[in-house]
Design a protein around this ligand. Structure first.
Ligand code: NAD
Ligand code: UDP
Length: 346
């Protein structure tokens, strides 16, 4: 059993992973400033698992506040999700992205060094890969980003690689997520971004529940079968399992490593919308809009390395099933965690 600090653990991927970690017998501590999440999400995690989670509402960049957590708990490993993730916003506000995303990583590493914590799992992204690579993408393929958000992920990886070179005890797993969607089987937690969603799936869900009128399909002139972008969608609970395997791999002495996490199958935006219409039985209005800056036409993972080295076995390959799990959450919580009415019935 390990004690794991989940930085940014109140967010979408963090909460799903906290459930999996607790159910696997690990102890979880969450630090999050709630800039893109709500405390209610962690309350649901406690409700689902029946376990208490020590929670610290702090800015991870604040080393003094981080030190208080490390002084109080003997942290074995850190999983780091804390950061901003909207590609378009990162183009408009690059400094905000570099400061927050890199600042959080650096503060965590400094405080970990002070307290002798040596295992680090980082939430990287498929966006680090150069758009000219052939599909499916492998970990050793060329990296080059198209927007500041992507560069923060790439630079975060580089900082971790550099620290690993001078600190032989520090071991790091870089997890490059493809497109996480879906929700926990209970329907009690799911994606609930603050403001207008940037990602496809929460936007589709908000159109389906009637919160937004229609979806914009960003570009229909890409070099793909129907002209819309292709992505590799992975169930968030499969992603959560990979984090457990990554932490256990490091705790068992595994060397620093990088792993792609995807299903290895690509779907166009139009295919996702069609599948969502089937899963929800609703019309889901959509219209073509200009391309979104920085969007590559295709991103599909080879996750063979994660399967071989970590023993990762994603359980959900069927897109309609994955979308149905998201719909279970969104249809019962049309206003996300703010929907107090539902709390009583959970
Ligand atoms: P999320 O926004 O739901 O979670 C991130 C959490 O970090 C939020 O709870 C937010 O409040 C917190 N946070 C941000 N800045 C902070 C700070 N300075 N101090 C403390 N907390 C802070 O996002 P998510 O979808 O769960 O993604 C988690 C991580 O995975 C992010 O770093 C993201 O870039 C990365 N990632 C996500 C995807 C995706 O499609 N969701 C894909 C690839 C990589
Ligand atoms: N997308 C879209 N409309 C939206 C949101 C996203 O057409 O409102 C497209 C986007 O251009 C991309 C795909 O859906 O081709 C997945 O986008 P998302 O932001 O979910 O993930 P990304 O792959 O950019 O990390």
């Amino acid at each position: 059993m390990a004690t794991i600090l989940c930085a940014g653990g109140a967010g979408y991927i963090g909460t799903h992973t906290c459930i999996a970690l607790l159910q696997a017998g690990h102890k979880v501590i969450v630090a999050d400033d709630l800039s893109n999440s709500k405390k209610a999400a962690l309350d649901r995690v406690q409700q689902i698992t029946g376990q208490e989670i020590p929670f610290y509402q702090i800015d991870i960049k604040n080393e003094n506040e981080l030190s208080v957590i490390f002084a109080k708990h003997k942290i074995d490993a850190v999983i780091h999700w804390a950061g901003f993730k909207a590609v378009g916003e990162s183009v408009e506000k690059p400094l905000m992205y570099y400061q927050n995303n890199l600042g959080c990583t650096i503060s965590l590493l400094k405080v970990m060094a002070e307290f002798g914590a040596k295992c680090f799992v980082f939430s990287s992204s498929a966006t680090v890969y150069d758009v000219h690579n052939a599909m499916p993408l492998k970990e050793e393929d060329v990296c080059a980003c198209t927007n500041p958000y992507g560069w923060t992920k790439w630079m975060g990886e580089q900082i971790l690689r550099d620290v690993g070179k001078v600190d032989a005890q520090m071991s790091v797993v870089l997890l490059r997520y493809f497109n996480p969607i879906g929700a926990h089987e209970s329907g009690l937690i799911g994606e609930d971004p603050n403001g207008i969603p940037n990602n496809l799936m929460p936007y589709i869900s908000q159109v389906a529940v009637g919160k937004r009128e229609k979806l914009s399909i960003f570009g229909n002139d890409y070099d793909t079968p129907d002209g819309t972008c292709i992505r590799d969608y992975i169930h968030v609970t499969d992603l959560a399992q990979a984090h457990i395997l990554a932490v256990e791999y490091l705790m068992n002495g595994g060397e620093s490593n990088t792993f792609n996490l995807g299903n290895g199958v690509g779907f166009t935006v139009k295919e996702v919308i069609e599948t969502a219409r089937k899963a929800t039985g609703l019309e889901i209005k959509a219209q073509t809009a200009p391309r979104r800056a920085g969007d590559p036409a295709r991103l599909i993972a080879s996750s063979e390395k994660a399967k071989k080295v970590l023993g990762w076995k994603p359980e959900h390959a069927d897109l309609e099933e994955i979308i149905s799990s998201a719909w279970k959450w969104h249809s019962t919580h049309p206003t996300g965690f703010a929907d107090g009415r539902r709390d009583a019935s959970c």
